[in-house]
Ligand binder design. Structure first.
Ligand code: NAD
Length: 415
């Protein structure tokens, strides 16, 4: 078993911020203003279990910055949820919304709990109690939650209902809702679609022929499976994919529609016909044109970065590359399309959902696809141009673009 570098998410995000702030020559006062979160809320979530016992959980909402608009970010239910990781993810949301230039700030939060132990009723009561506790600080023009780890469209529906009981019908208070309640068509596959658009632009720019490209994807959940599907539609060969239980490899390419059907039937990828099993470590180190980490943070680290053989990395997951690995990849001239650009398709379609809810209209899916394509293409081109002109990595360029936009908004509003 190889060594693993444990990622300190907060330090990692701060390090990326500092690199870009140095490159921008950011005023020290603005720097301090942008680093410290606007508001950190820790709340008590008491519920009655199905057996009638009282159980108390702790919930968090970190609101990082709202200079450019209401704050936006996911709510997760996870036993390891803590304030430090939430802080880092909230800051990432500020930079992500700024890099794609949609009028939001950044936030993140959730409840420290093990949702696998909940009955549907307990899950609903935890959700409603969280909304009740966060009520003074969330809302369509304040902070708009969305799905994240272990929360889904049903949880968003309960959030909308609980908030609307207090404030009147308010679908724009949350995104990622079921379509029946004003959810955007195309939201489910939006992050994968956005990733595919970015990859097309990057491949064109870097002279990689995607039609002959060999793609490796870690993680086969929402983001990984949709990205795989869009890649095959572009003619690329997805040669290896993995989930938490293991990976599969076929150098001639995997039939992704069949892999999706197999995983949905069997619950895992193991044993997929005409493929070889591959370990998580070996998958990341596979010789390929594009590696797309789409599962966890910190999987490319100082102990394995040197063994990565991909020609390009596209960060579909949040923070999959540690700051130490980043340096090694730069020395190896492996370009990394950073998370705040590569996976921004999800929050972009969430923005479309919010716009539709405020206007009480509904877009057809093809319009969602077109508008997403236009925002992602423009964003890649803007980041690439800063990278070329300033001779910095795409990650530093994306942060520079984002920090500059947020700093300008903060200055114009007055501190
Ligand atoms: P998901 O829960 O649908 O899928 C996660 C996948 O990762 C699953 O296939 C799981 O089996 C796999 N996985 C877990 N541990 C693994 C391991 N050790 N090795 C390999 N695979 C493993 O989650 P998702 O929504 O697809 O999100 C994936 C990543 O993308 C996360 O980092 C998330 O923060 C990020 N992201 C998601 C969205 C979105 O719209 N869903 C938007 C932006 C960023």
């Amino acid at each position: 078993m190889s060594e693993i570098e444990r990622i300190d998410f907060e330090k990692n995000t701060q390090f990326q911020f500092d690199l870009a702030a140095d490159a921008l020559g950011l005023d020290p006062e603005i720097r301090e203003l942008l680093c410290i979160p606007f508001r950190e809320v820790r709340v008590k979530i008491p519920i009655r279990t199905d057996e009638g016992r009282l159980k108390v959980f702790i919930g968090y909402r970190i609101q990082h910055n709202h200079a450019r608009g209401p704050m936006k970010g996911g709510l997760r239910f996870h036993p390891h949820l803590d304030i430090a990781e939430s802080r880092s993810l909230a800051a990432l949301m500020t930079w992500k919304t700024a890099v794609v230039n949609i009028p939001f700030g950044g936030a993140k939060g959730g409840v420290a709990c093990d949702p696998k132990r909940f009955s549907p009723g307990e899950r609903e009561r935890v959700t409603r109690a969280l909304v009740s506790a966060l009520d003074p600080v969330i809302g369509p023009h304040l902070d708009i939650p969305a799905p994240d780890v272990n929360t889904d469209a049903q949880v968003m529906a309960w959030i909308m209902d609980e908030y609307s009981r207090r404030h009147g019908h308010s679908p724009a208070c949350v995104t990622g809702k079921p379509v029946e309640l004003g959810g955007a068509k195309g939201r489910v596959e939006a992050t994968g679609r956005g990733c595919a658009v970015i990859l097309q632009e990057a491949a064109r720019n870097m002279g990689v022929d995607l039609a002959r490209g060999r793609i490796v994807i870690q993680g086969f959940g929402n983001v990984g499976s949709h990205t795989a599907r869009f890649m095959t539609e572009l003619g690329a060969r997805v040669i290896a994919v993995s989930d938490s239980q293991g990976g599969i490899f076929n150098p001639d390419g995997l039939p992704i529609a069949d892999v999706i059907a197999y995983k949905s039937e069997k619950g895992s990828l193991n044993g997929f016909p005409n493929s070889h099993p591959v370990t998580q470590e070996a998958l990341l180190e596979t010789d390929c044109d594009v590696l797309i980490p789409s599962a966890l943070g910190g999987v490319i680290h100082k102990f394995n970065a040197d063994r990565i053989k991909a020609r390009m990395i596209v960060e579909a997951a949040n923070s999959p590359t540690t700051m130490n690995a980043d340096k090694i990849l730069e020395q190896k001239s492996i370009p990394v399309i950073p998370d705040i650009l590569a996976n921004a398709g999800g929050v972009t379609v969430s923005y479309f959902e919010w716009v539709q809810n405020l206007q009480q209209i509904s877009w057809e899916e093809d319009r969602v696809g077109r508008e997403l394509q236009s925002i992602m293409t423009r964003s890649y081109q803007e980041v690439e141009s800063v990278s070329r002109e300033e001779k910095v990595t795409l990650r530093v360029a994306a942060y520079m673009l984002a920090i500059d936009r947020v700093a300008r908004a903060a200055r114009l509003r007055g501190i």
